[in-house]
Design a protein around this ligand. Structure first.
Ligand SMILES: C[C@@H]1N[C@@H](C(=O)NCc2ccccc2)[C@H](O)[C@@H]1O
Length: 448
């Protein structure tokens, strides 16, 4: 291994209470809310199909012109309690809020910037209202924070001169101040999810990313930090030059998921995926017909897929400028919530089962309980289960306790019956197992 000053400061997963809660939460929601919600993907009469929160970039709008949108920021339908009730009903255990996205507009009254809610007609501290409302519902709050800040004159994409260096150092100090401000004003925050850290300027300042992780952990013991913040001595990101994960969980699965067979290695560390409902819209876009919109079932499958591989899933919501949600997102929250109400025990506190993936769906595991989450019931009405050596399935029940029958068909192979009346949608079977490495082998491998 090469010696690093700013590489991973820990090997392996964290097992303290805070990280355990992060992991056991499993299902979160993203809130992408900023000035970009006002134009909603359209600028000067042209609708841009790219991500709506990047409209400033697609339409090449100068920062001072873009930030004039602040004069229109007055979400008259915003009701933090209603947002928290919606999240509660969806069954999310945490919400990640964009405190400041790339545009530089702050949802809290930062004293280090003139581009904040305090300078808008709305005036009030939106972030503070949201944290109180979510926490009052028992929902953890995580902060999304974009290091890249298009509103700040000292931001640099690269460091190519002494002036660049001086400017960027001022920018890093500004960023430190905002982060300390967030940690001080909102001490119940449980996680910082950094974005906008891919530029050469950050990769050349790996020391600063290590300093930020330490600074926040000193201020808020237990707080979790995503790998996307981190660059090491050589600009390596997420995983350091020795291949060790930096931060507390991998945060590279944005709008994609690890393959259940080829990428089983991700089960060795903590990770959190995030996803959009359209193909690629985080902020509010007025026209969702421009790309494919996932159904609630497709969102649900991604949630289960993540948990089945030992990861968290964060489903994105892009609130409207008026503070209300579009009907598609309300309906999605409702549908996911109904499923979680009935089957959530196969998600919350669950992890990778370590069994070979089968075509009917996904396994999750909590202690001695292995769950089968069935998305694709077979015409045979027989759900094939293959267990690791020394593991036996002794019973298969629905979550209401109804025994549906399991038959051993070969060594470490079983057929679990489909319920007589196939449920109308994805459902869960709970397996009772016995694990004993000393189990004698009554079957013999064929001699080939
Ligand atoms: C969580 C998402 N991350 C931001 C994003 O655009 N990431 C993908 C990306 C990364 C680098 C260049 C272009 C696009 C999106 O705006 C969301 O905030």
């Amino acid at each position: 291994e090469i010696s690093l000053k700013y590489g991973a400061d820990r090997l392996g997963k964290r097992h303290d209470d805070s990280m355990r809660k992060f992991r056991d939460n499993r299902l979160g929601a993203f809130i992408h809310w900023g000035l970009y919600a006002i134009p909603g993907g359209e600028w000067n009469g042209k609708v841009y199909n790219g991500a709506a929160e990047w409209l400033k970039s697609w339409a090449k709008v100068p920062a001072d012109e873009w930030l004039k949108l602040m004069d229109q920021w007055n979400p008259e339908k915003f009701n933090a309690k209603a947002w928290a009730k919606m999240a509660k009903k969806m069954g999310v255990k945490y919400v990640k809020i964009t405190t400041k996205h790339h545009e530089g507009f702050c949802l809290w009254p930062s004293k280090y910037s003139q581009y904040t809610v305090a300078q808008t007609p709305y005036k009030k501290d939106i972030l503070g209202e949201l944290i109180k409302a979510y926490n009052d519902e028992g929902i953890d709050v995580h902060f999304y924070f974009s290091v890249m800040d298009w509103s700040h004159p000292d931001y640099r994409y690269d460091i190519k001169s002494k002036e660049d260096e001086a400017a960027f150092n001022r920018f890093l100090e500004f960023t430190d101040n905002q982060l300390k401000e967030l940690a001080t004003r909102y001490p119940t925050v449980k996680d910082f999810w950094f974005d906008g850290t891919w530029d050469a300027s950050i990769k050349k300042n790996g020391w600063w990313t290590a300093h930020v992780e330490q600074m926040l952990k000193d201020m808020l013991p237990g707080v979790t930090i995503n790998s996307r913040l981190r660059a090491d001595d050589y600009g390596k990101r997420h995983f350091d030059s020795n291949g060790h994960l930096m931060g507390d969980y991998e945060s590279g699965y944005e709008r994609r998921l690890p393959d259940p067979v080829k990428d089983v290695k991700v089960t060795r560390w903590d990770w959190e995926a995030c996803m959009t409902v359209p193909e690629n819209q985080w902020g509010y876009h007025k026209d969702w017909s421009i790309s494919y919109v996932k159904t609630p079932l497709e969102v649900l499958e991604r949630i289960v897929h993540a948990v089945s591989m030992g990861g968290n899933m964060v489903v994105n919501f892009g609130p409207q400028a008026d503070g209300d949600f579009r009907h598609e997102e309300k309906e999605l929250a409702d549908a996911i919530g109904k499923w979680m109400q009935e089957y959530g025990e196969c998600i919350y506190g669950c992890d990778y089962a370590g069994w070979d993936k089968q075509s009917w769906g996904y396994y999750t595991r909590k202690g001695k309980d292995v769950y089968m989450v069935v998305f694709n019931p077979p015409y045979s009405k027989l759900l094939v289960v293959k267990t690791p050596k020394g593991t036996k399935v002794t019973k298969a029940v629905l979550l209401d306790g109804k025994d549906i029958g399991v038959k051993e068909t070969a060594r470490n192979e079983y057929n679990v019956n489909m319920p007589a009346k196939a449920p109308a949608g994805p459902f869960v079977i709970k397996l009772q197992i016995e694990e004993d490495a000393s189990v004698t082998d009554k079957y013999r491998d064929a001699l080939t």
